[in-house]
Design a protein around this ligand. Structure first.
Ligand SMILES: [Cu+2]
Length: 158
């Protein structure tokens, strides 16, 4: 017989464990690891056709570089890959054809860096929600990841 205390310990671990999992979910696709896809909540009162921004880290354990070619989600009309062009305090961003993931390295889509621009959202993004995003990589192929809506995951997980 398993003592009752064992089960309450499991319950406690589950309570502690869930937030950790939620803040650090990840995926593996060939040589690529995709770490914690997340999106900023849209501002309150913003109409459903607003834009959103999505972030994630792509790590490449392989010997060849790969490239993120596209992303798509049912909740946005279109997803653009965006990167900063030029230098300075607030360099402008522009759409790019792809985002390179160097061999043995990583690219961080995060505030201040490259990002996914979710155009014409069908619904506002509210903290606590999550939604599916399909990613296409040149070498590794396709994967669908779960993107979490959070205020600022950058400070808590990276
Ligand atoms: Cu996560």
């Amino acid at each position: 017989m398993i003592p009752r205390r064992f089960f309450s310990l499991l319950a406690t671990l589950a309570l502690i464990g869930l937030p950790l999992l939620a803040s650090g979910h990840g995926y593996r696709l060939g040589d690529i690891r995709i770490v914690h896809p997340w999106a900023m909540p849209t501002a309150r009162g913003v109409a459903g056709d607003a834009s959103g921004v999505g972030y994630l880290i792509l790590k490449n354990n392989g010997r060849k570089s790969d490239r993120l070619l596209s992303a798509s989600t049912e909740i946005a009309e279109k997803v653009e890959l965006r990167a900063h062009s030029g230098t300075g305090d607030t360099p402008p961003t522009r759409p790019v054809e792809s985002i390179e993931i160097p061999a043995g390295g990583e690219v961080r889509l995060e505030p201040g860096g490259p990002y996914l621009l979710l155009l014409n959202l069908k619904q506002p993004l509210e903290e606590g929600q999550h939604f599916a995003v399909a990613l296409r990589l040149e070498r590794a192929g396709k994967i669908t990841v779960d993107m979490w809506v959070q205020k600022n995951a950058k400070n808590s997980i990276y």
